[in-house]
Design a protein around this ligand. Structure first.
Ligand code: R5P
Length: 316
């Protein structure tokens, strides 16, 4: 990348420092210095350890465990930067917290994704940069500009190097149909859809029907996130029982909650391609997982935002 114009700084919360460092390396600037102290009453003190007056500042923090800690840390950092007279502060949140709580589908519940958006703006964020929101409408929750990047083109570029002659893209559920269509279009492959049923808060959703031709095919399941893994592992068995030759998956957000990593090792899923929007603990890695870095995409978007050039052109 060409050297950045002056006034651009990138800081990191404690959720994913290696991604923040990679973004800085791509841009060609050092990671901003900040320190965190935790008091005996669990209150946090975050101090920005360098001058940010009149600077264009980006803070990288993703929504991984301990989730509430990381959210509060980000909010305090934004506030500290605002009070340190940063000219503009952008919260860079590769995996957005509470993105699945985006509607009031039961009585007396919070639309928590909207609450997160409000908290970011209240804490001093002037903009948000995020990736593959669970539903794109969440962008409408923000009173400040929110740019949404997607990991789909990078995943497709990676997959293009493989022999895909017998492959069919399979959407893990109908909600994923649009993104699956993007994979199918970019890779020039046929598409199939799984009709997945989830009952209430049951995290173990079950595939009910398949729409499309998968018999004898190498299925590439696509989904926005893998949380407990229930969706992908059940879909794998479902597809193999219906005659698929093999099943692999490409997923943007590797949430890998609960026992997902162990279940992956034991599952019949041949391979899982994910991105690094969340850190994956070493113990959860296995020969079945390949992690693709989205630091180049984030760095480019940060440069575009800083220079005032189009971010949407990055998708073309
Ligand atoms: C659901 O609507 C999403 O697209 C994913 O399929 C879901 O979040 C994956 O969760 P899990 O891995 O727990 O089945």
């Amino acid at each position: 990348m060409t050297p950045p114009s002056t006034g651009l700084k990138v800081f990191s919360g404690t959720s994913h420092p290696s991604l923040a460092q990679e973004v800085c390396d791509q841009i060609g600037i050092p990671l901003g210095r900040a320190s965190t102290k935790r008091f005996s009453n669990e209150n946090l003190k975050i101090r920005i350890e360098e001058n940010v007056r009149e600077q264009d500042v980006f803070v990288v923090q993703t929504a991984c465990p301990p989730l509430s800690e990381h959210i509060v840390e980000l909010l305090i950092m934004l506030d500290a930067l605002k009070h340190a007279s940063a000219k503009r502060v952008t919260a860079v949140i590769p995996y957005f917290p509470y993105a699945r709580s985006d509607k009031k589908d039961e009585p007396r519940i919070s639309i928590s994704a909207r609450l997160m958006a409000d908290l970011l703006a209240t804490s001093g964020a002037d903009r948000v940069l995020t990736m593959d929101l669970h539903s794109p409408q969440i962008q409408g929750f923000f009173s400040i500009p929110a740019d949404q990047l997607t990991g789909v083109p990078a995943l497709c570029d990676r997959l293009k190097h493989e022999d895909l002659t017998n492959t069919v893209i399979v959407a893990a559920d109908v909600g994923e149909a649009k993104d699956a269509g993007r994979f199918a279009k970019r890779l020039e492959l046929p598409l199939a859809l799984i009709d997945k049923r989830r009952y209430g808060d049951d995290e173990n959703a079950k595939p009910a029907h398949i729409i499309g031709d998968i018999a004898g095919k190498d299925c590439l399941l696509v989904d926005d996130e893998i949380a407990t893994g229930g969706t992908l592992f059940n879909a794998t068995d479902f597809l193999l029982e219906r005659g698929a030759r093999s099943v692999s998956a490409a997923v943007v957000h590797p949430v890998l909650s609960g026992k997902a990593a162990e279940k992956l090792k034991a599952s019949r899923l041949k391979r899982l391609l994910v991105t690094n929007t969340l850190p994956i603990p070493a113990a959860s890695l296995s020969s079945k997982i390949e992690v693709l870095s989205l630091a180049p995409q984030l760095a480019t978007a940060i440069r575009h935002i800083h220079d005032g050039s189009s971010v949407s052109e990055l998708f073309s």
